[in-house]
Write a protein that binds this ligand. Structure first.
Ligand SMILES: Nc1ncnc2c1ncn2[C@@H]1O[C@H](COP(=O)(O)OP(=O)(O)OP(=O)(O)O)[C@@H](O)[C@H]1O
Ligand SMILES: [Mg+2]
Length: 254
């Protein structure tokens, strides 16, 4: 049994977009320091909605979210911005998340500048982050519209890692990247986890990748967690018929 306190705890979370449909229905889980927790499940099962609720991009209809023991379920304004020092996220299509008037370097360095870091240090750190994510330093001077989707994705990962958050939420963040780049990013994430004890909430359809990368897995169906366990348990010995089908589909056609 783990005695350590979870860095993120979700209790009985429910999210509704309409009166009739419940996108996330009574979801509870804990993310521990240094843990890589995966969420898998069919399209529309509520994975992204969980990610958006824990990062406070959408409101919970009910339930509670705790960040390092403090409730953040309904934080707004200044306290909400403070949450982003501890929890950062990367989504599948990051193009729109960079300000089109600013260079990628400015976008990545923004949070560092806000901490009072000197400009020269920011520049150096941005270069280091870009290199870690497989981009040359010259990308600091480019705009989002001037780079490919995969390059923009890597810049978004670099930006999310800039202030070394305790938690990184990755919603299909590496899926669109080619295998070599994907491997490189996964290695960077693993290094950060080992070096700084970062925790990840890792959403993906790539179950083979999740088996090697994640410690634990949650399987979602129609807004609910229907199965959970260590990545090996869930992938090699799924209990539910739904999970078995998911694994078969992933490993046959994935
Ligand atoms: N902004 C929205 N407005 C209305 N309904 C939404 C919205 N976002 C998601 N939904 C609905 O909520 C449910 C869960 O969607 P969600 O995006 O969380 O699924 P997902 O598991 O991330 O799927 P995918 O694997 O395709 O990304 C779906 O039924 C979806 O149609
Ligand atoms: Mg999704």
């Amino acid at each position: 049994m783990k005695r350590v306190k979870p860095v993120l705890e979700v209790r009985d979370l429910t999210v509704r977009f309409t009166q009739r449909d419940t996108a996330v229905d009574g979801v509870s889980f804990q993310l521990y320091p240094g843990e890589i927790l995966g969420i898998a499940g069919e399209s529309g099962s509520g994975k992204s909605t969980v990610a958006r609720a824990v990062t406070r991009l959408i409101d919970a209809a009910s339930g509670e979210i705790f960040l390092k023991g403090a409730p953040i379920t309904h934080v707004t304004g200044k306290r909400q911005r403070a949450v982003y020092r501890d929890i950062q996220m990367v989504f599948q299509s990051p193009a729109g998340s960079f300000d089109p008037r600013k260079t990628l370097g400015d976008g990545i360095g923004e949070s560092l500048g806000n901490t009072g870091m000197k400009r020269s240090e920011v520049r150096e750190r941005v270069g280091e982050l870009l290199r870690q994510c497989g981009l040359g330093e010259e990308f600091a001077g480019k705009y989002a519209r001037e780079v490919s989707g995969g390059q923009c994705q890597r810049a978004a990962i670099a930006r999310a890692l800039a202030i070394r958050p305790d938690i990184l939420v990755c919603d299909e963040a590496v899926n669109a990247l080619d295998v070599t780049v994907q491997k490189q990013i996964i290695e960077v994430l693993k290094d950060l986890q080992q070096e700084y004890g970062m925790s990840y909430l890792f959403i993906s359809h790539d179950l083979a990748l999740m088996q090697s990368f994640c410690d634990r897995l949650l399987i979602m169906q129609k807004g609910k967690i229907v199965e959970e366990g260590t990545a090996d348990e869930v992938i090699l010995h799924p209990k539910k018929e739904y999970t078995k089908r998911l694994m078969e589909a992933a490993f046959l056609f994935g």
